[in-house]
Design a protein around this ligand. Structure first.
Ligand SMILES: *[C@@H]1O[C@H](CO)[C@@H](O)[C@H](O)[C@H]1NC(C)=O
Ligand SMILES: *[C@@H]1O[C@H](CO)[C@@H](O)[C@H](O)[C@H]1NC(C)=O
Ligand SMILES: *[C@@H]1O[C@H](CO)[C@@H](O)[C@H](O)[C@H]1NC(C)=O
Ligand SMILES: *[C@@H]1O[C@H](CO)[C@@H](O)[C@H](O)[C@H]1NC(C)=O
Ligand SMILES: *[C@@H]1O[C@H](CO)[C@@H](O)[C@H](O)[C@H]1NC(C)=O
Ligand SMILES: *[C@@H]1O[C@H](CO)[C@@H](O)[C@H](O)[C@H]1NC(C)=O
Ligand SMILES: *[C@@H]1O[C@H](CO)[C@@H](O)[C@H](O)[C@H]1NC(C)=O
Ligand SMILES: *[C@@H]1O[C@H](CO)[C@@H](O)[C@H](O)[C@H]1NC(C)=O
Ligand SMILES: *[C@@H]1O[C@H](CO)[C@@H](O)[C@H](O)[C@H]1NC(C)=O
Length: 775
């Protein structure tokens, strides 16, 4: 029965395509630039072939430095010319620009951090005002905040403290992390150039703002001489604010090479960082080229330092603990081994009365909260924690709930912690009382938003939550202890130009994937939209690492969604994501990776089958591993399923991913190209190696970023060269937009850069799908 319907749909799609070739694209008048090939090959072992397989890599030369190599520079210039020449046809350009500008028209309040427990408590927060490029950080008193709060933050409370645009002359530096000192005196901030993963910690005093600048030294005017380069995060002030613990990746030549390992060090304020005390050295590199990275947790009372080693994005961990009082910091301290091998995940929350509280997936696939007693009499003095092999018994605090994944957890005080579960793709934020294991509060029962930030007060019992939804750019709540209970206190709800999320409906739908599995997806549409098979959908997907990517605001999505008639926004829960629990993640992991791709295709087909959208009227878009999924789906989907495919910062040559920075961290999730069995799976889906020469592809725009050190832009360059060579007469354009001064995450990108990226996508969609514009 199902298969008959399926075939009818395919025929219908095909008939549709043959009548409407893309009127804006003519392959003979828009030839792709000529791109030369080289003889480069790579050899891998295959279990299926029982021996070696050699893969040609004719565009390998595009892996060279895009800022220095003349051939690569020429390739980029010619592709840019092609894209820009084509987009000159975009008659809606001005309307799109105006719509994107208005999508930035809200005050983006975020990162409220309460520095309490001091004589003059204060808040710091970040604010990107309507149509500003980057955030400005503010300092305000609780009284100022309360007055502003009662007025929906119409006027920002307090005083400007740090204008991010002043961190460099050209405005390309941004802050990735920050941490106020416990005494309230210092503000530590992690600055990166063009949002590179590798960044530098700077410190300034809270009474020395950066709001006017005439010079642009690194860290901005007025930064203290305490500067820590080669960092990615994991920073803890000591309780007396005299210094801090930090994790530093090996410097010198290694740069951002995470495989080279990391050290844990301590910096005393006022001492040059070269003189900082190393507490834990990097592990030696393992025979498979893998290494671990250290992460840090300091108990709320500042006494216990917990060290977590992870060697992979899956965060299977080894964990050690040291009690700081009475010890001199050195690389030969006393340690307790909590969990010495990478047998399960363990993520520490806090230590209270010598009990270490943490989340773990040991004997609990979906995760649970447990505790372990730290017995300091068992500690041993060692120069290498790896020599410790003891493990400690666990006691359950909050048991696992099947298919409801424990997503994250943060200490709130010695008494409470915040825990976040994923229930059918939606966030559930709760307050847990550690000692009793009781859930004492469930925050904000609004489940159609994503929680984008969770910031607990420095010492007290409050946590600030930043939320974002498909149609609501920012909502901020404080969850506060009032002496007897927790209460949700609304700081602000931001809307855009009168668009009210209440005018929209969210519906849950199930698609049937190739193997029969039911795959959930959510459709969002304006009340009154006729779902009569004539609408257009934007399908966003991800499907890796157990991550949930649903229900958040993006100005490009919003602009498209609210500018045309009959639009449907689609959030997917494909396998590989954590939407339906840890099993769901595993079902799209490693040797199951093709399931993610089949699920994406199935949702595309289901949207047409259910007459939610017209055949071919689907924009398929994904970022990073999601970009990989959409490109792979474009290779595998029946012709005409998708209209436009947008792989952003996408992993497109998985063999290159393994060779580049951080590649070994991906093995647990995607497999290892050097493993003969994994090789046989990866070669079936890696997008570059699966371009179909006889398939008429949808319009595509690859969107890499020039300073992306995680997924290097060469992924997109090589894929583009290959698909253009194999499909010179493709009826839809195959193009690229390289984003300048941008790294892997869009979080650090300026508003201007984001708007330009949006314009490129929306013009391609406008030219290809010919939708009817309403504003
Ligand atoms: C097969 O490939 C592996 C890995 O690339 C290489 O080390 C080995 O020498 C090759 N063996 C043969 C017989 O070519
Ligand atoms: C851009 O394309 C146009 C038209 O094809 C051509 O005349 C021009 O020389 C190109 N510019 C560059 C820098 O390639
Ligand atoms: C912008 O400034 C930063 C630091 O001041 C520098 O590293 C970077 O190269 C500059 N970028 C451009 C495009 O000038
Ligand atoms: C910054 O400059 C503005 C005008 O240029 C001035 O009004 C303001 O007082 C200055 N602020 C500080 C902290 O110097
Ligand atoms: C830093 O270490 C060097 C070499 O051990 C030493 O000469 C110097 O005095 C130290 N500086 C400080 C400020 O401790
Ligand atoms: C604290 O919050 C609870 C729950 O909202 C409420 O019932 C109680 O009256 C509040 N107590 C105080 C002192 O505000
Ligand atoms: C593939 O997914 C199934 C569940 O669908 C799971 O049982 C199996 O362990 C997974 N295999 C791998 C290699 O992850
Ligand atoms: C390539 O695309 C053609 C046309 O849609 C299709 O018939 C063929 O099966 C595809 N090949 C592969 C390997 O998927
Ligand atoms: C593309 O079209 C041109 C002109 O119609 C033709 O000469 C060429 O052979 C075609 N290329 C392919 C790969 O079909």
């Amino acid at each position: 029965m199902t298969s008959i319907i399926f075939h009818i749909v395919l025929l219908a799609i095909f008939a549709y395509l043959t009548v409407t070739a893309n009127p804006t694209w003519n392959p003979s008048t828009n030839p792709y630039p000529k791109v030369h090939t080289v003889d480069k090959t790579y050899t891998y072992r295959s279990a299926k072939q029982g021996g070696n397989v050699t893969i040609p890599d004719p565009y390998n030369w595009l892996e060279a430095d895009l800022h220095k190599d003349a051939d690569v520079i020429k390739f980029i210039d010619e592709q840019k010319n092609l894209t820009e020449t084509y987009l000159e046809k975009c008659t809606e350009k001005d309307a799109i620009k105006a719509s994107l500008t208005s999508a930035f028209n809200f005050d983006d309040y975020d990162n409220f951090f309460f520095v309490d427990g001091i004589a003059a408590p204060y808040y710091t927060y970040s604010l990107t005002r309507a149509n500003e490029n980057r955030p400005t950080w503010y300092v305000c008193t609780p009284e100022e905040l309360e007055i502003a709060r009662q007025n929906n933050m119409a006027t920002p409370p307090g005083k400007k403290f740090l204008v991010e645009e002043l961190l460099s002359q050209n405005g390309t530096s941004n802050m990735k992390d920050w941490m106020n000192s416990p005494d309230g005196k210092y503000f530590a901030y992690l600055v990166s150039e063009s949002n590179s993963d590798m960044a530098t910690w700077y410190i300034r005093t809270i009474d020395n703002p950066l709001v006017n600048a005439t010079t642009f030294p690194p860290g901005g005017e007025g930064a203290l001489p305490d500067v820590i380069p080669f960092c990615q995060g994991s920073f803890k002030w000591s309780l007396d604010s005299s210094g801090f613990f930090y994790v530093q990746t090996a410097d010198s030549d290694a740069g951002a090479n995470t495989e080279s390992g990391s050290s844990v060090r301590y910096h005393r304020m006022g001492v040059p960082y070269e003189n900082d005390t190393t507490i834990v050295h990097p592990d030696p590199i393992a025979s498979d080229g893998r290494n671990n990275n250290w992460l840090l947790m300091l108990s709320k009372d500042g006494t216990w330092l917990i060290l977590v080693g992870v060697r992979d994005v899956l965060r299977y961990s080894k964990v050690y603990a040291t009690f700081l009082p009475g010890q001199t910091l050195s690389d030969n301290m006393k340690w307790i081994s909590v969990a010495p091998s990478y047998d399960f995940k363990l993520s520490p929350i806090n230590v209270v009365n010598d009990w270490l509280y943490f989340s773990t997936n040991r004997d609990a696939l979906d995760g649970k909260i447990a505790k372990a007693k730290l017995d300091w009499s068992k500690a041993r003095q060692v120069s290498d924690v790896n020599t410790l092999k003891d493990s400690i018994d666990f006691v359950d605090v909050v048991p696992m709930q099947p298919s409801i994944m424990l997503y994250t957890q943060v200490a709130l005080s010695d008494q409470f912690a915040i825990i976040v579960h994923i229930v059918k793709g939606r966030y559930k934020v709760q307050v847990l009382e550690l000692e009793t294991g009781r859930i004492v509060h469930t925050a904000i029962p609004d489940s159609s938003s994503q929680v984008t930030s969770i910031t607990t007060a420095l010492k007290g019992k409050s946590v600030n939550l930043g939320l974002s939804g498909t149609l609501s750019p920012r909502t901020v709540y404080d969850v506060r202890w009032n002496g007897t209970a927790f209460e949700d206190v609304l700081f602000t709800v931001q809307k855009i130009n009168g668009v009210d999320p209440k005018d929209y409906i969210t519906e849950e739908v199930l698609a049937t994937s190739k193997d029969g599995t039911k795959v959930p997806y959510s459709i969002v549409y304006k009340k009154g939209t006729q779902k009569d098979g004539k609408c257009t959908a934007w399908l966003h997907t991800y499907g890796s690492y157990g991550v949930v990517e649903k229900f958040y605001f993006d100005e490009t999505y919003f602009s498209w969604f609210t500018s045309y008639e009959c639009t449907i926004f689609v959030w997917s829960s494909v396998r590989g994501g954590g939407d339906e629990g840890a099993e769901w993640h595993i079902a799209g992991q490693r040797q199951n990776k093709t399931k993610t791709i089949e699920d994406v295709v199935a949702i595309g087909q289901d949207l047409v089958l259910r007459k939610i959208v017209a055949p071919g009227q689907i924009v398929l878009e994904g970022i990073s591993a999601g970009g990989m999924a959409v490109a792979a789906a474009a290779n595998k989907a029946p012709q005409g399923t998708f209209g436009v495919v947008l792989p952003k910062r996408a992993v497109l040559d998985f063999f290159l991913r393994r060779r580049s920075t951080g590649g070994s961290l991906q093995i647990g999730e995607f497999g290892d190209v050097y493993d003969p069995t994994d090789f046989d799976t990866i070669i079936q889906w890696s997008p570059l190696q699966n371009i179909n020469k006889t398939l008429d592809y949808p319009a595509m725009m690859l969107i890499p970023a020039d300073s992306d050190d995680r997924v290097v832009p060469a992924h997109s360059f090589k894929y583009l060269a290959q698909i253009q060579a194999l499909r010179p007469n493709n009826s839809n354009p195959l193009l690229m937009h390289l984003v300048r001064f941008a790294g892997h995450s869009t979080a650090g990108l300026s508003a201007q850069n984001r708007a330009d990226e949006g314009l490129h996508q929306l013009c391609l969609i406008s030219l290809t799908l010919q939708q009817k514009r309403i504003n």
